[in-house]
Design a protein around this ligand. Structure first.
Ligand code: ZN
Length: 203
């Protein structure tokens, strides 16, 4: 199994992952503000079991994540619980990751994108997926109107804002610093992803 440093700075337009044990806290910090992080969680023991936004929406009865509630896997089991949030509280579970085709439609060839970054990140974790799971888009400010259409808001997170999760099973947590200039206030900027593990003391 691949090993990861458990405190990584993800560059703008980049990717990273950490490996959490059951019970660990995992924190994602927006270092410079206005930055979306696409987030995935994959079971270390079975790479076909991963965070499913569709399962989470069904079992929570909600469109967007809520503090105190779990995110569920493709096998209906909790994988992360949403413990804390210092941001204004906008997060998305409806949008796919940005990809090469999206930027090409905007006239930008060979633009960095979260889909390519996802596959690069999981290679580092020793995971092979044929398709990219739908992400949780942390700090993404795209709430829905009553008619179901989305509001495309500017990402509201301030420098240092962070979200914290508890791992409910051993899992890889993968994050890409979303590459979209449009929703990230002009440029993609760095994020910090870390496992907060209680120190074990020797007596
Ligand atoms: Zn993206």
């Amino acid at each position: 199994m691949a090993r990861a440093a458990n405190d990584v700075v993800i560059p703008g337009y980049g990717h990273g992952f950490v490996t959490a044990r059951k019970g660990d806290r995992v924190r994602l910090t927006d270092l410079e503000g206005n930055q979306v992080g696409d987030l995935w969680a994959i079971s270390v023991d079975d790479h076909d079991e991963y965070l499913s936004t569709a399962t989470t929406r069904m079992l929570s009865g909600r469109v967007f994540p809520r503090l105190g509630e779990p995110f569920y896997t493709t096998r209906d089991r909790p994988i992360l619980t949403f413990l804390a949030d210092t941001s204004p509280g906008y997060h998305d579970m409806m949008f796919a990751s940005c990809c090469d085709a999206l930027y090409r439609r905007r006239g930008k060839a060979n633009h960095p994108n979260c889909r390519d970054n996802y596959f690069a990140a999981i290679e580092g974790a020793g995971v092979r997926h044929a398709n990219i799971p739908d992400p949780v888009n942390i700090f993404q400010n795209t709430p829905a109107r009553p008619d179901g259409s989305f509001i495309y808001g500017v990402t509201m997170s301030a420098p240092g804002d962070h979200v914290t999760f508890r791992a409910e099973m051993p899992c890889f947590v993968v994050v890409t610093a979303c590459s979209s200039e449009r929703i990230n206030a002009g440029a993609s900027t760095p994020m910090r992803l870390q496992v907060l593990r209680a120190a074990t003391r020797r007596r």
